[in-house]
Design a protein around this ligand. Structure first.
Ligand code: MG
Length: 292
């Protein structure tokens, strides 16, 4: 396995760009460079270096006009084509492997005070084909303002009992309320930036053309999008909107909603419930199509 100067493994498509050299060279011809075999070798070499994570050296070589290099704009076109094709091939391979999972059901718990929405916890479920376990993710935001969550009566009663906290005894719910903290020893309690990276990777790398789904989705979408800051920071590949299960419920009023789970208001349990509801709604939609 290729490693960088610090010994870290370089994984194409993960920490270095995936490159399709052939597509890049095709673009080179499209840019009008079809006259020099050595130029082909220089650009081929540059693309391979780029894929090894040696971006700077690759670019320097590619645009070195003293040694068969090309102009900067053409190089960037070549690079973009090489990356785009590699990305498409990766998606095709995932689709071939049956990894075409388009639905992502999620739920968030949050503190909303009318001005700000503070993420408390997030659960995601990516339903898989029959016989396969659904892909699941759950995290609690170590950076949430837990003192404010604790003071919020509804959150204290409905959400906090599901979180990993230092409070063990819920027989007397108010005992320890003033001093209870998030239990930072729990593996699911993570800084917000870690959650942002993990959720981004799950959505963009483990699915093909993802559709986001949530129940009364408007707030959830904002909480999800704000993992990465303002709307303009939304990473490539994260959908800009969330489908609302309620819209389908309105369309198929005959569909019975699943029984609420014992863990209602645990974000993962709610995401699982959303996935069950979506399955029922999809079945209803299929039946309607078949009966036409
Ligand atoms: Mg919930």
């Amino acid at each position: 396995m290729t490693r960088d100067m610090y010994g870290n493994a370089l994984v194409p498509g993960y920490n270095v760009d995936l490159i399709n050299v052939k597509a890049g060279l095709k673009e080179l011809v499209a840019c009008g460079y079809d006259d020099d075999a050595r130029r082909f070798m220089v650009i081929e070499h540059a693309l391979m270096r780029w894929q090894r994570g040696e971006e700077e050296a690759a670019e320097r070589g590619a645009i070195d006009r003293a040694f068969h290099g090309i102009d900067f704009t053409s190089w960037r076109r070549v690079l973009a084509a090489a990356m785009a094709h590699a990305h498409n091939i990766e998606k095709e391979v995932m689709a071939e492997l049956g990894a075409t999972v388009t639905d992502i059901c999620y739920d968030t718990e949050f503190l909303d005070d009318g001005d700000t929405i503070d993420l408390i916890s997030i659960g995601l479920v990516v339903p898989q084909g029959s016989g396969q376990r659904d892909l699941e993710y759950y995290a609690v935001n170590a950076d949430c303002h837990f003192d404010r969550v604790r003071e919020h009566d509804w959150l204290w009663a409905n959400v906090v009992p599901h979180l990993p906290t230092t409070k063990a005894d819920w027989v007397d719910p108010n005992q320890g309320r003033a001093v209870t903290q998030l239990d930072r020893r729990a593996a699911c309690v993570k800084p917000k930036w870690v959650i942002a990276n993990e959720v981004r990777d799950l959505i963009t790398r483990k699915t093909v053309d993802p559709n986001l789904w949530a129940y009364y989705a408007a707030y959830d979408h904002v909480v999800l999008a704000q993992l990465w800051g303002p709307m303009s920071n939304l990473p490539d590949g994260i959908p800009m909107w969330t489908h609302d299960l309620m819209q389908l419920c309105e369309q198929y009023p005959e569909v019975k909603k699943p029984e609420p789970s014992d863990d209602e208001h645990n974000a993962l349990a709610d995401a699982q419930w959303n996935a069950r509801l979506l399955r029922r709604l999809r079945d209803a939609a299929t039946n309607e199509l078949m009966s036409r």
